[in-house]
Design a protein. Structure first.
Length: 303
């Protein structure tokens, strides 16, 4: 069949769309990519936490999907709001890439060896809160832009180090620049980090059959558990909520983290549950986070 993929035009987004295109082409489909400019592309210099917009990088693509201009959309899962538009759903989640965060520093120094007052660039409140918890003597500076833009800002001295998602760095061939990989316990990743979301229209059985082969059930289940935490806490990418699920055979282990902006309060909750009911596991972790005061922290950040 002929399939049109909707994608942002950034280098990373196109890498992801081209990867999906290659899989579908190998299965015998004719595939084209339509580049769609999103709200997030138009406000590239505004920190996400200040944008006040959910779905910053997906809204216009979803509009094209609903209108039938494209047959499927490829998103970074962490950009996809937990409340999706009517008639759209995630039909497939390919096998997840490395979900961790990384540090890239100009002097190749890990976080522990950066001097007091060193400037670490990130556009993520989630990273900011957890980095502050690890090193309160560092200065977190707001930084937006794609991976290459951020690396250029680092090299010209706008900051001393960058905190980024490992998956994006690796997909763009910049892994050699990584100074340090943070463990999941040190810096818990964003919900869905490292995973792709293949979104289609409800009732489009032809496209559904085409993309079903790309789904990786273990990755899909893990992401569903993480997104359940985000949904129940009422957050998005502009609030400091982190969650990561690990597959343990028929079970999932889910870690949820909420931290204050200064890193003084870090709330963690962990639970293990059936992989066949990831939303239930997400509910258990959310309830524990609430008992520890997560909503009190989040009220400071929710728009």
């Amino acid at each position: 069949m002929k399939i049109t993929i909707g994608s942002r035009g950034s280098k990373l987004a196109l890498w992801q769309a081209e990867w999906v295109k290659a899989q579908l082409t190998a299965a015998g489909h004719q595939v084209a990519i339509e580049i769609i400019k999103t709200s997030g592309d138009k406000v590239a210099n505004v920190p996400r936490a200040q944008s006040g917009t959910k779905g910053l990088f997906v809204k216009e693509i979803e509009e094209a999907l609903r209108a039938g201009r494209v047959d499927l959309a490829v998103h970074s899962m962490k950009d996809l709001p937990v409340d999706q538009p009517e008639r759209l759903y995630v039909a497939a989640v390919p096998e997840r890439a490395d979900p961790r965060d990384v540090l890239i520093s100009r002097d190749a120094k890990p976080l522990a060896d950066l001097p007091a007052g060193a400037r670490v660039g990130t556009g993520s409140l989630r990273r900011q809160t957890q980095l502050n918890a690890l090193r309160r003597d560092l200065k977190i500076v707001p930084l937006r832009g794609n991976v290459d833009t951020r690396l250029r800002k680092l090299d010209r001295g706008d900051c001393d180090a960058l905190a980024l998602a490992a998956a994006g760095v690796e997909r763009l061939g910049r892994a050699a620049r990584v100074t340090q990989y943070f463990s999941i316990e040190e810096v818990c990743p964003a919900v869905g980090q490292g995973a792709l979301a293949i979104e289609i229209r409800q009732g489009d059985e032809v496209t559904k059959r085409a993309v079903t082969a790309l789904d990786h059930p273990l990755s899909h289940q893990a992401v569903r558990a993480e997104r359940a935490v985000l949904r129940r806490l009422g957050g998005g990418c502009a609030v400091p909520i982190a969650a990561h699920a690990t597959s343990l055979g028929p079970h999932l282990r889910l870690l949820g983290v909420v931290a204050s902006i200064d890193g003084m309060r870090v709330i963690r909750a962990t639970a293990t549950g059936s992989a066949s009911d990831p939303e239930r596991l997400g509910a258990v972790v959310t309830d524990e986070l609430r008992k520890q005061g997560a909503e009190e922290i989040l009220r400071t950040h929710l728009p």
